[in-house]
Write a protein that binds this ligand. Sequence first.
Ligand code: GUN
Length: 291
Amino acid sequence: MKIIDGKAVAATVLLECQQEIAELLEKGIQPGLAVVLVGEDPASQVYVASKVKTCAELGMHSKKIVMPATSTQAELLDVVQQLNNDPTIHGILVQSPPPPQINEEEIINAIDPRKDVDGFHPQNVAKLVLEDPSGFVPCTPAGAMRLLAAAGIDTNGAEAVVLGRSMIVGKPMALLLMAKNANATVTVAHSRSRDLPALCRRADILIAAVGRPEMVKADWVKEGAVVIDVGINRIADPSKKSGFRLTGDVAYDEVASRCSAITPVPGGVGPMTIAMLMKNTLQAARQINGL
Ligand code: GUN
């Protein structure tokens, strides 16, 4: 059984980014990312801080905009509009989930699709469906695909099961796996699917992205399968100083021994999401500058 080291693969991706950034800087272009956080969700605060820190380490420009949890739709739309018009910013990310008074769909639609480094804007969703490489691929599924490639896993003709149908992970993951450069046979399973364990047992490649801690048990996994765990769940653990520990959507301890390869949580898909966000921001900086 092979443990796929997301930190190591992410480090490789960030090294590629460094090279690209040097080339852009030579042309007088400093790639810039704006991250908008509305409210005080502790997990979101950690993710946003990590994104901004990675920008700084790479010598990219970044802007962190923190807005109160009581912010209105109009106030957030105004911030997005300013970032759309800011020539120092090539990528815009509004951290999800926003507070309940915010209509997220309208916010996503307001982001300039050329700066939509999350790949959530309908124009970028369409480009993913059309396999048009000028679009932005959502960072987490892009990272999961890169992990499969780095681990030497051949997706061609494989049975892939994606557990979860979210706009952020499940749906784009399914599209990436069935695309002509991957050629997997894809099943998308979700909370209403009949007999989830049996569906998951079909998988040569199982992608768990439901956000339910340790839902995937040993008897859901075929012997020799590859398991990519996208879940990052906080569960109470009084023995930790923080009072919680992180766990995936897969019951790692019982599943790992059945797999040919598995991603751990933390240290699997998580670090890849940020690395792919940096890649997307560089793609935006290139494309906006006609490169
Ligand atoms: N929340 C969890 N994952 C993501 C992501 O990839 N992008 C944004 N904007 N919010 C998230």
